[in-house]
Design a protein. Structure first.
Length: 120
């Protein structure tokens, strides 16, 4: 019997008032065990200034991360916005991070990664 792949939401960035890039950057996310399309959902509340989001990847969780070409979200400069970054899992190396560059913060932000679990 075939099983339908199920979306699995992974909390990437708990709602936080981010005044700097460090506060708007997720921990490393290991993508092994998932397949197909991934979707990063970024939600903002109140904002002062702007924030830009991108995906970075690396072969190891503690290594040097690099930008993944084309995986960015449109700049956010107004409150209560949702931005989606969709991409195939195989476009990235094993570990990814969401990096938010805050200009004149703070920004209230949270993010989820939606993945399809191979074993679902």
């Amino acid at each position: 019997m075939s099983r339908e792949l199920q979306w699995k939401p992974v909390l990437v960035l708990a709602s936080v008032s981010a005044a700097n890039t460090a506060a708007a950057t997720s921990a490393a996310i290991d993508n092994t065990g998932y397949e197909g399309e991934l979707e990063m959902a970024i939600v903002t509340g109140a904002i002062t200034g702007t924030v830009d989001f991108k995906i970075q990847d690396c072969d190891t969780s503690g290594g040097t991360y690099a930008d993944v070409t084309g995986l960015t979200a449109a700049q956010i400069s107004t409150a209560n916005q949702v931005r989606l970054i969709q991409f195939p899992r195989n476009k990235c190396r094993r570990f990814i991070k969401l990096v938010g560059t805050v200009v004149t913060g703070p920004v209230l932000v949270g993010a989820l990664l939606l993945e399809r679990d191979k074993s679902a």
